[in-house]
Design a protein around this ligand. Structure first.
Ligand SMILES: Nc1ncnc2c1ncn2[C@@H]1O[C@H](COP(=O)(O)OP(=O)(O)O)[C@@H](O)[C@H]1O
Ligand SMILES: [Mg+2]
Length: 323
């Protein structure tokens, strides 16, 4: 995105000794289109370095929220701070990379030229080798000199990702980054988000592919009909985990040991143990060690957790209260 290069204000707005402001802060966002309420009192925060997934069915208001965060749509009400600056201040967007949901690049430009153009617009000094690396990162290394007009939808999306990443953003906003990608491309994007996270870059990701979000996101905000229907870490949203074990001939001592680990239910030779919410990761290994010690044969140990998809559907169908 475009930026003011002026160094003025780069640190002036930050007060020494205070923790850095969140990457994204929004409060009470509302937007109506005619009689249609697209976004209705949406508030959330994305901490620095966090990967946040924005989930929800088509028309839930995800893209509208993103556009209001980025100053592309004017909210009817509500406030936005990006990287500590008001959204009305263009400098708030100088360190933001954005992949729009729908976009088209100039078909007569090559991939490398599109990237050069956006580097110029961002007024960030990104050398030729770094630009080439960026194209390689999204799998377009050997298409740098080809015109965008001949690109498939998936290749255009890859180029869009390169554009979002090329100016070394502190915050990356990806609106449906994998909608046009094949399964391999989706894995690439997942790895890309994970590598951004490992470098401390904040990512706000909107995807309808829930499995993807589940793998990469620290926290999730679920939107439904323009409102926040649920939000939290995956652990908070998905709740208690269970472990299923298939055991050979289990006697009373074995059942007692299983019960000591958590609430127990049994179906044939399958035993399901509900793990404590504060499980520190040793409950299952200790249990298996003790079971083996008791002389029981352990044929299978399977973690059970409701999937984010199940949770999302339950929230959207109002089957359970939002946390
Ligand atoms: N520019 C617009 N003009 C009219 N209605 C719009 C516009 N943008 C979004 N909407 C409406 O707002 C609602 C939310 O849309 P959107 O934010 O794109 O949802 P999502 O990204 O979750 O699919 C939809 O009902 C959509 O039709
Ligand atoms: Mg959308």
């Amino acid at each position: 995105m475009t930026s003011e290069t002026a160094a003025a204000g780069s640190t002036a707005d930050q007060v020494d000794g205070l923790p850095p402001s969140p990457a994204v802060w929004c409060s009470g966002l509302r937007k109506r289109y005619g009689r249609q309420t697209a976004v209705d009192d949406v508030s959330f925060t994305v901490a620095r370095g966090e990967v946040l997934g924005l989930l929800g069915p088509n028309g839930a208001g995800k893209t509208s929220v993103i556009k209001m965060l980025l100053g592309l749509v004017r909210p009817d009400a509500g406030e936005v701070l990006l990287l500590g600056r008001r959204a009305s201040d263009p400098r708030s967007r100088s360190a933001v990379g954005y992949l729009p949901e729908l976009f088209r690049y100039q078909p007569w430009l090559t991939a490398a030229e599109v990237l050069d153009l956006h580097v110029k617009l961002a007024r960030v000094d990104v050398g030729a080798s770094e630009r080439r690396e960026c194209l390689a990162l999204v799998g377009l290394a050997d298409r740098a000199g080809d015109r965008v007009g001949g690109f498939s939808k998936g290749m255009q999306q890859r180029l869009g990702l390169a554009v979002a990443l090329v100016a070394r953003p502190e915050l990356v906003v990806l609106d449906e980054p994998t909608s046009a990608l094949d399964p391999l491309g989706r894995v690439d994007v997942r790895d890309l988000v994970l590598s951004l996270r490992s470098r401390g870059v904040t990512v706000l990701l909107n995807s309808h592919l829930i499995g993807e979000v589940e793998r990469v996101c620290d926290r999730v905000v679920i939107l439904d009909k323009g409102r926040v229907a649920a939000s939290g870490t995956l652990a908070e949203l998905l709740g208690q985990r269970e472990v299923r074990l298939r055991l050979g001939a289990a006697d009373g001592r074995v059942e007692d040991r299983l019960r000591a680990a958590g609430a127990l239910s049994r179906s044939g030779d399958w035993f399901t143990v509900a793990l404590p919410a504060d499980d520190d990761g040793v409950t299952v290994p200790d249990l298996v060690r003790d079971l083996v010690g008791l002389g029981v044969r352990v044929h299978a140990v399977e973690p059970v957790r409701i999937s984010l998809e199940e949770r999302l559907l339950a929230v959207l169908r109002h089957e359970e209260p939002a946390p």
